[in-house]
Design a protein around this ligand. Structure first.
Ligand SMILES: *[C@@H]1O[C@H](CO)[C@@H](O)[C@H](O)[C@H]1NC(C)=O
Ligand SMILES: *[C@@H]1O[C@H](CO)[C@@H](O)[C@H](O)[C@H]1NC(C)=O
Ligand SMILES: *[C@@H]1O[C@H](CO)[C@@H](O)[C@H](O)[C@H]1NC(C)=O
Ligand SMILES: *[C@@H]1O[C@H](CO)[C@@H](O)[C@H](O)[C@H]1NC(C)=O
Length: 428
């Protein structure tokens, strides 16, 4: 009897331990809880991939997926465990490996091109990168002239290796002021070392860290609804690399830029930026708007299939009878990607995928017409129109066009501007 009780007790303990383990496994995969990533690299389209255990986060928000769904063969070597380090080979002069993604697991390296494993891989790290140790912590590509030669920088504890892609020469360096990186990546020509859930921006040649680092990774590289107590909302929203959801300026020239649960506001004639939650200023909308345009002292805010209409003021007031279906209000099916109205006009330009439509706001009922193709972009995140013309925002960049006509007619990309720097004055 005593033995039986003992066995029962033991199985219960095991079951609890199992349950706890599983609870832990799923809980651990919320990146907004503050994860230490195993490896980070951008794919061939520039989307960052964050690896954690056997999971992968694509882009700046969204749920984790199993890494083997995108990179099946990583699984054939299950005993190898998680991805230690990853980078994207990105050197125009090296056509054979250009845009290949390399993954490092223990002593093996995998080379993928367009999500297909290259013939002959995985190989031993020592075969492909002689002089580079196994069990790496991080890796990042470093093309000329950001490094003296086209190189890959490898990190293991506090050892740094510059691997010359052409000659395969290895240069060991000491990055004195830098913490030990658990993952690293190059994004928009900048170099970031992640440690815990913080990161530091560093000079790839010297390892020097300039400015106020480390910073919280969730503030810049993830879209989370809740932030730590210390999080400075204005600083975060100005400098975040996560794409904007929507942007507009009202008739008085005040600008509003929306991202996730927050928005930034810049008042006309005043360079001060303020940040607030959408919940606070546009309660009915709650968060995550798709597109916003301003017209006659009102903000038209579009989320999924509905339009929310606010009269601009302190506070903004939501109009009776709204939200209304986008179809009913604007004569086009939601959801839409971006929308804008240019000064002194009464046409809302609505962007949906690669198409743009005109809606005459004075017409009743309103209808979407004049459908045209946008040749330059597959997907627009946000757009606004002001006295100077149209600003079209795609990812971290915006493009300026003198008019809607020029935007729709353009066949060549104009100069790329940085959203964080040139729109919000974030210099790091
Ligand atoms: C990926 O891994 C999971 C868990 O290890 C497994 O159940 C699944 O069958 C694998 N999928 C593929 C496509 O290999
Ligand atoms: C790869 O490394 C393993 C373990 O160190 C070794 O046994 C094997 O011979 C190596 N293979 C090649 C092709 O060098
Ligand atoms: C970095 O790695 C070295 C070597 O393992 C270790 O001595 C040092 O304490 C580490 N630094 C930090 C900040 O963890
Ligand atoms: C700029 O706007 C902010 C926020 O609305 C306000 O606190 C500040 O006093 C303004 N500064 C000037 C110079 O108008």
């Amino acid at each position: 009897m005593k033995l039986l009780a003992h066995i029962l007790c033991l199985s219960l303990a095991l079951a609890l331990a199992w349950a706890h383990e599983h609870e832990h496994a799923s809980a651990v995969l919320d990146r907004c809880e503050g994860l230490e990533m195993d490896a980070v690299a951008v794919n061939d389209e520039g989307t960052p991939y964050f690896f954690k255990g056997d999971h992968l986060f694509k882009g700046f928000h969204g749920k984790a997926e199993l890494s083997n769904e995108s990179f099946a063969e990583l699984d054939d070597h299950h005993h190898l465990g998680h991805v230690d380090a990853a980078f994207r080979m990105h050197y125009e002069d090296n056509p054979t490996d250009h845009d290949h993604m390399f993954f490092f697991l223990d002593h093996k390296v995998f080379s993928y091109y367009q999500h297909k494993l290259e013939e002959g891989y995985p190989k031993n790290i020592s075969e492909v990168f002689p002089g580079i140790p196994d069990h790496l912590d991080a890796a990042v590509e470093c093309p000329k002239p950001e490094c003296d030669e086209d190189s890959v920088i490898f990190f293991k504890k506090d050892d740094i290796y510059h691997f010359n892609v052409r000659t395969k020469a290895v240069d060991e360096k000491e990055f004195k002021s830098m913490p030990n990186c658990t993952s690293a990546f190059r994004f928009m020509d900048h170099y970031y070392c992640f440690h815990g859930h913080s990161f530091s921006k560093f000079d790839p040649k010297t390892g020097e860290v300039h400015g106020k680092y480390p910073k919280e990774a969730r503030d810049y590289f993830m879209r989370c609804s809740k932030f730590s107590e210390e999080s400075d909302h204005v600083e975060r929203e100005r400098c975040s690399r996560v794409h904007l959801d929507a942007i507009t300026s009202d008739d008085a020239g005040n600008m509003y830029a929306f991202r996730g649960h927050h928005f930034l506001r810049k008042d006309e004639g005043n360079d001060t930026l303020t940040a607030d939650t959408i919940e606070n200023a546009f309660k009915e909308l709650h968060s995550e708007v798709d597109a916003v345009f301003s017209y006659e002292d009102h903000l038209y805010m579009i989320k999924d299939d509905h339009v929310y209409l606010y009269k601009v003021g302190e506070p903004h007031t939501h109009l009776e009878g709204y939200p209304k279906p986008v179809k009913e209000e604007l004569g086009i099916e939601g959801p839409i990607d971006a929308a804008f109205v240019c000064e002194d006009h009464h046409i809302a330009h609505i962007i949906k995928g690669q198409h743009i439509y005109d809606v005459d706001l004075k017409a009743s009922p309103r209808a979407a017409g004049n459908e045209r193709q946008i040749p330059l972009f597959k997907k627009v995140d946000a757009a606004m129109c002001g006295p100077g013309g149209v600003k079209v925002i795609v990812g971290n960049h915006f493009y300026h066009f003198d008019s809607t006509l020029v935007f729709v007619g353009s066949r060549a990309l104009p100069e790329q501007h940085r959203v964080s720097l040139e729109l919000f004055g974030c210099d790091h």
